[in-house]
Design a protein around this ligand. Structure first.
Ligand SMILES: [Mn+2]
Length: 327
């Protein structure tokens, strides 16, 4: 199938038709993200309501903050679940095949002529599918799924509304970052009228610190905060030793790069965390309109959004006299 880029409503209807015809759809997205998790679960509810057999796969178990989402138990882990026979792949909120956890399958699917529909809002999206609907200005992928449901007149249940609102709230930093716009607020209000559980979302998703142990860990990490004067970037580093000493699991810290956004006079914040698999996960955040952290992440081989981006490096972290070194 040739590469195709979606531009109008008729194409949304075409994706809908592909879904209705499919015998087994695989829905994939990236890990540790409210927008990704909310989008796949709302899409799963839609497929279920039409009796379409499907599997929902994410590259890692759902983090604590999003385990309240209705239908979360349906989510399976890639890559094991990707081996099954499929005739349609839907990738949501993922900028490339690796982020979606499908890098080992994508060539096989393409050779077999299986359509791979990519619905995404990352402006670093590399067009890894065969049919693409990319809205670089959309605040969240969940907003696009909302538009999709509206276009095909799909009724939005309270469960779907909670999933979609979670994506909008997480990607806009609960309406605080630059992705926040009229559409995000208008759709959020619409989702509340569909029965979205706002207080449940807020209570589960926006507690930056999981427990006392995590708070102590942050005390330790913030006491060593470095500031890169030339670039105006504050850098916090979390080592495996820190996690071990404080008794915190790495999965419990995934969304807290936002903690750096509380500092007013820095240009951007970066959190570097050593993972048990020998890689270092870098997360970048800014609240400033004149900074593009996706550009910085791209320098390290990563990507993302202007306000929130990430990358991954091989190695371990070593504290030196004037900063941190990747060994
Ligand atoms: Mn997103």
């Amino acid at each position: 199938m040739d590469e195709q880029w979606i531009t109008n409503q008729g194409d949304i209807e075409r994706i809908h038709a592909l879904c209705l015809q499919a015998n087994n759809v695989i829905v994939v997205s990236h890990k540790n993200c409210g927008d990704a998790t909310g989008a796949v679960l709302a899409f799963s509810d839609y497929l279920f309501s039409h009796g379409v057999s499907h599997t929902v796969c994410l590259p890692a178990p759902v983090m604590n903050a999003f385990r309240f989402l209705p239908g979360v138990e349906k989510i399976q882990s890639t890559p094991q679940s990707l081996d099954q026979v499929t005739d349609l792949v839907i990738a949501l909120d993922a900028a490339d095949a690796r982020q979606a956890g499908v890098e080992k399958m994508i060539d096989h699917w393409k050779t077999a002529g299986i359509p791979i529909v990519v619905i995404d809002h990352h402006y670093t999206n590399d067009g890894f599918g065969t049919i693409h609907w990319i809205e670089k200005d959309a605040s969240a992928c969940c907003l696009m799924i909302y538009e999709y449901f509206k276009t095909i007149h799909e009724p939005i249940t309270p469960s779907m509304a909670t999933c979609l609102l979670t994506g909008i709230l997480t990607d806009t930093g609960s309406f605080s970052n630059a992705a926040t716009n009229y559409e995000a607020l208008a759709v959020a209000s619409e989702l509340l009228s569909c029965g979205a559980q706002l207080s449940t979302i807020m209570n589960n998703t926006f507690r930056a610190v999981e427990d006392m142990a995590s708070l102590r860990l942050w005390g330790k990490v913030l006491s060593r905060l470095k500031y890169h004067k030339k670039y105006g970037i504050a850098i916090a580093c979390i080592t495996q030793r820190d996690l071990c000493e404080c008794g915190v699991k790495e999965g419990e810290l995934e969304s807290v790069a936002n903690i750096m956004n509380v500092v007013r006079d820095i240009r951007a914040g970066m959190v570097l965390m050593e993972l048990a698999d020998g890689t270092i996960k870098g997360s970048l955040r800014t609240t400033r309109d004149d900074i593009d952290v996706a550009h910085i992440a791209a320098f390290f081989g990563g990507g993302g959004h202007k306000k929130a981006a990430g990358f991954s490096l091989q190695g371990t972290l070593l504290e030196t006299e004037d900063g941190w070194q990747v060994m």
